[in-house]
Design a protein around this ligand. Structure first.
Ligand SMILES: [Zn+2]
Length: 192
């Protein structure tokens, strides 16, 4: 595994751990994904907390994928392609069924995440590169659309337009984390 210690652009020390796939440069606002053989670079955004609390904060990285898609039902294409932002945790949650997939929740409820957050907050290690994450927009849509229509004979054509990483603030309360968007609780043991 390749470990990037310094930002190739500005030489600043990168945030990341031994097993990380993502390395963050808070000075260039860039993230390097070393999941594949050659590191790839993406823009980094700092999200403001929606729910404000006085607890210490930590950023959790999410892939932010802007995609265009069309649903094909009974061989018929929907009229216009739709565009939406998808959020996929770039870290692993044990037993996501139990703790809830916050990425799915934010995506499907079209929650508006405002950027402009502080930079001096530590970042939780990102162990899930784009290769492991990019299937999720389709999984999210398929799950949502087949439930809505009670029809699993649909096809979805999707085209990813823009990929970046959003850092979403979480709060640390004793041994648990709470996100600042919907305030779900994640015991630290649930985060691999
Ligand atoms: Zn840099």
């Amino acid at each position: 595994m390749l470990i990037l210690l310094n930002c190739p652009k500005c030489q600043n020390h990168l945030q990341g751990e031994n097993n990380s796939k993502l390395f963050f440069c808070t000075s260039c606002n860039l993230v390097y994904d070393v999941g594949d053989s050659k590191p790839k670079m993406y823009d980094l955004f700092y999200v403001l907390p929606k729910i404000k609390r006085d607890y210490p904060q930590m950023y959790f990285p999410f892939w932010q994928v802007c995609s265009q898609y069309k649903i094909v039902e009974d061989g018929e294409q929907g009229l216009n392609p739709q565009t939406r932002f998808f959020y996929i945790p770039a870290f692993f949650i044990k037993n996501i069924n139990y703790f809830g997939d916050i990425g799915y929740y934010i995506t499907m409820n079209n929650i508006d995440l405002r950027t402009g957050g502080r930079k001096d907050i530590p970042v939780f290690p990102g162990d899930r590169g784009l290769t492991d994450s990019i299937v999720y927009p389709l999984i999210y849509l398929y799950k949502d659309e087949t439930t809505k229509r009670n029809n699993d004979a649909i096809e979805i054509n999707i085209d990813h337009k823009e990929i970046s990483v959003a850092l979403i603030p979480f709060y640390r309360v004793k041994n648990d984390f709470y996100d600042s968007v919907i305030y779900w609780k994640y015991p630290s043991g649930a985060l691999i």
